[in-house]
Design a binder for this molecule. Structure first.
Ligand SMILES: *Cc1c(COP(=O)(O)O)cnc(C)c1O
Length: 405
């Protein structure tokens, strides 16, 4: 399929380019000493991603340990309540650890093992990436250092406990606001010192080249499976595909399976409490071009041009930018980006639970809410929603803030 001069049947050969750019977005904007470390990861990944041994080992792990392929479920009662559009969900909530994040963490940790590294390092905010990486590290027998701000450690006690039970070393970061931003800085500083023995594992399609590409490639299993399963189930492709976008990894995984098809694609950002800066995390909708955390993309900035404070009811979506490939697909118009607010999200959360027996992660409920909106607008057809994770982690928050409706 051709779209605005881009040939999508050869898209993955050309994007990103050698330097890691998707159009003007992406790249590798980091200090000199870290350039060497990224160079090493790039070389290893380009070799390994073509190696039969690596590919077949990852495939085996996905089957035997992660529980892949995850199914697609038809949402009969939710669809029926909305009209004649058929809604389906890709069940990434049924992955081991309850979300799509393990798809790239297992890939990154296997890469670390092939590179002969002893340790993986990462930062975490809400703790979801930390738990997924700690799981992967335990599986492969790697050491694991997770950098986390003091404030986040206080808020996320269950995830901190999970990481420790899995054998990870949770490194407390006390500088500044002691949240995600400081944890990223501390983790990169540690990595610059230790990169001979370890690799940094980024938690989404973010950061310097090759991470946006590598994480997309590891997540593409979602889109590849979903396309084949949907064709088998219905004999057709879906009319629309929907996923929520924080950094953008679950969305890129799903979208990569459908970019070359006549399918409408929607990426959904959190509108939170409203449109004022600080009340949402809809970076593609309200942001401007800028460089942070080692890559050029579209980001939300404060008055000084620094990453702006962001908010979402879903802690996994509150990041002031999105992966560079999303910025590219946004400008191109191939993927449409839209927003869903907290209230619509919580409504969809309870509808999916009550009508289908599936409690979604609050992140994923953004995509479900948008699928429900589309169903009303479209009148006929089908929508495939990526259900990125399950809601067990959100129970305390829901009970405290919304009660049991
Ligand atoms: C982390 C997380 C997200 C957001 O990350 P992406 O990289 O945008 O996919 C979405 N859903 C769940 C369940 C998550 O844990």
């Amino acid at each position: 399929m051709e779209f605005k001069g881009i040939e999508f049947d050869t898209y993955f050969k050309h994007y990103p380019n050698q330097e890691g750019f998707f159009g003007k977005y992406g790249g590798c904007y980091i200090s000199e000493d870290l350039q060497k470390a990224m160079e090493e990861i790039r070389e290893a990944y380009f070799t390994i991603c073509k190696s039969r041994k690596f590919i077949s080992e990852l495939r085996r792990i996905r089957q035997e340990f992660q529980g892949r392929p995850t199914p697609i479920s038809y949402l009969e009662r939710l669809s029926g309540s909305l009209g004649n559009v058929q809604l389906y969900v890709k069940r990434e909530d049924l992955n081991h650890t309850g979300a799509h994040k393990l798809n790239h963490c297992m890939g990154e940790a296997l890469l670390a093992k092939y590179m002969g590294k002893k340790k993986v390092i990462a930062e975490t905010g809400a703790g979801q990436h930390g738990v997924a990486l700690a799981t992967a590290a335990a599986y492969f027998g790697l050491e694991c250092d997770i950098y986390m701000g003091t404030e986040d450690i206080k808020k996320q006690a269950p995830n901190v406990a999970r990481m420790k039970i899995l054998g990870a070393n949770v490194v407390e970061v006390t500088e500044g606001q002691a949240t995600l931003k400081e944890a990223v800085d501390a983790a990169f500083a540690a990595y610059a010192k230790e990169y001979k023995d370890c690799i940094y594992c980024i938690g989404s399609v973010l950061g310097p080249h090759p991470f946006p590409m590598m994480v997309r490639d590891f997540q593409s299993v979602v889109g590849i499976e979903a396309r084949e399963q949907f064709l088998n189930m219905t004999g057709e492709l879906p009319d629309a595909v929907v996923a929520c976008v924080g950094g953008g990894s679950n969305a890129m995984g799903m979208f990569s399976g459908f970019l070359n098809d006549p399918v409408e694609i929607y990426g959904i950002e959190p509108l939170g409490r409203g449109t004022a800066l600080g009340d949402h995390a809809a970076s593609l909708k309200y942001g401007t071009e800028g460089i942070m955390h080692g890559f050029n993309s579209i980001m939300l900035k404060d008055e000084n041009g620094e990453p702006a404070p962001v908010y979402s009811v879903a802690s996994g979506l509150d990041y002031p930018s999105s992966g560079p490939e999303h910025a590219f697909l946004h400008d191109l118009g191939r993927v449409k980006y839209d927003v869903i607010n907290d209230e619509e999200t919580i409504d969809a959360f309870f509808k999916l639970a009550r009508l289908e027996g599936i409690i979604p992660a609050i992140e994923s409920a953004h995509a479900v809410a948008y699928g429900m909106k589309l169903a009303k607008q479209m009148g006929t057809g089908s929508v495939l929603i990526n259900l990125s994770g399950r809601g067990d982690k959100d129970m305390d928050y829901i009970i405290e803030h919304y009660g049991i409706r």
